[in-house]
Design a protein around this ligand. Structure first.
Ligand code: AIR
Length: 435
């Protein structure tokens, strides 16, 4: 049997794993793979990509170069990816020479924001109201219908890039132009009480494990911090875990699937976005969980037994964006690392740009609150000048958010003092209009 059709073969240490994409996620996955005795080859458009340092071979090519993807696969026993913007032609070309996990069909659905949202809605998963727009006029019409909205470019754009906020239809022309006059997904703005994510690892056999949800905080569309456990009521935790597992199964994912959720102020759990790869909100899993997300991806794509996902110590992470290097005062690594249980992770990126993820800080603690307080203290020491540090002063935001009443209500459900939480919302009647 050729390696191509032999997708369920166990790929043992000593083999070579190919990674499409060589950014920080590829670098950290590659480090876990190397730790386990695998060799790693990567493909990335940037010859100085973050994963270059850990790969024995780096192919420099765009993600649309099918010949280059085939060349990567030819020298590898299995191929995975760390960014979803790999063209379908490249995924198919790689699959001629090695198993590709996750497969092209699942990635194809996820890599287009409109296709992804429509797929979720069509499969009965709870999502907010949305519309498609392919002109300034249709963007304006969508906002007239939905009210305050966020327009997101259908392709590309991550970490807050390729997004425009609209209060009403009068901003449609500017928003359309700022997004590069490209087709976009228009999402109704949601009153968010809590942002959370869940992570599923799944093998070819369908066997899967789900990590406990992570609680997350974003600023301007970019993740600021994450903490695990999320310290949310059990009813919310189990709904998120069940939805994430159901989505991974319906997509036939092999590898990792991260599912971002919003818990709305009126108590609905909505799916925000999917990612078929390691996820920024689980960087704390290297410290907090029995198996890190990076090792888990290696296990899943190599068809090894999945690792234990239990939380062994509450953990938190705070992102270090390029902004930290652009202040008058350089980051004070020495002072920051004086915080108990702190660890510095830098990705080796040459150029610091505003909003670019350059690294992160991680911590553990006896409680989620302690882990998060330490991570935020570490960040404030490292970058006291940044506006973000100023915004992160005071008690950990997870404890002073405006959602106290909702969480108290949900906790009462857990204790049996109130009617059961009604779980994921019924499907949104608006969504059927989406093309
Ligand atoms: N990434 C992928 N999707 C979302 C994110 N953040 C990671 C991947 C990718 C890297 O970001 O690891 O390769 C690209 O980072 P940058 O800073 O070069 O744009």
């Amino acid at each position: 049997m050729s390696p191509v059709t032999e997708g369920s073969r166990v790929i043992l240490p000593g083999a070579t794993i190919g990674i499409l994409g060589g950014g920080q996620l590829g670098r950290m996955t590659g480090m876990a793979a190397r730790h386990m005795g695998y060799d790693v080859h990567v493909l990335d458009p940037d010859p100085n990509c973050a994963a270059r340092a850990i790969a024995s071979r780096t192919i420099t090519a765009p993600f649309t170069d099918a010949n280059a993807a085939a060349e990567l696969a030819r020298s590898c026993d299995v191929v995975t990816l760390e960014i979803e913007q790999i063209s379908r032609a490249s995924l198919d070309a790689a699959a001629e020479f090695a198993p590709v996990h996750p497969g092209a069909d699942a990635v194809y659905i996820i890599q287009d924001r409109l296709r992804q949202k429509s797929w979720l809605a069509d499969h009965g998963f709870p999502v907010g109201a949305f519309r498609a727009a392919d002109s300034a006029a249709s963007l304006g019409a969508a906002v007239t219908e939905l009210g305050p909205s966020i327009a997101k470019a259908v392709h590309g754009g991550y970490d807050g890039r390729g997004q425009a906020r609209l209060a009403d239809a009068s901003g449609a022309t500017d928003a359309w132009e700022s997004l590069g006059a490209r087709p976009c997904l228009v999402e109704q703005r949601i009153d968010i009480a809590v942002e959370l994510s869940a992570l599923v690892a799944r093998r070819v056999s369908g066997e899967h494990v789900v990590y406990a949800p992570s609680r997350n905080h974003h600023t301007n569309g970019i993740l600021t911090w994450s903490v695990i456990p999320a310290e949310l009521p059990g009813s919310v935790v189990s709904a998120a875990e069940q939805l994430a597992a159901a989505i991974a199964t319906a997509l036939g994912m092999v590898g990792l699937l991260a599912v971002e959720f919003f818990l709305t102020t009126d108590g609905r759990l909505l799916v925000n976005e999917l990612a078929p790869r390691p996820h920024n909100t689980y960087h704390h899993s290297e410290r907090a969980c029995a198996t890190s997300q990076f090792e888990q991806l290696v296990r899943a794509v190599c068809n090894l037994p999945l690792g234990d996902v239990r939380v062994i110590a509450p953990g938190a992470m705070v992102n270090l964006l390029g902004d930290v290097w652009l202040h008058a005062t350089p980051p004070d690594m020495e002072f920051a690392l004086g915080v108990s249980a702190s660890r510095l992770h830098l990705y080796g990126k040459g150029e610091a740009r505003p909003g670019r993820k350059m690294g992160h800080l991680s911590t553990v603690g006896d409680t989620a609150q302690e882990a998060l307080s330490r991570a935020l203290a570490c960040f404030r020491r490292l970058s006291p000048d940044s506006a973000l540090a100023a915004g992160l002063c005071g008690p950990p935001p997870m404890l002073r958010s405006a959602d106290g009443a909702l969480l108290a209500e949900l906790a009462a459900v857990d204790r049996g003092d109130a009617a059961p939480w009604r779980g994921p919302a019924d499907s949104d009647p608006d969504r059927e209009d989406v093309g």
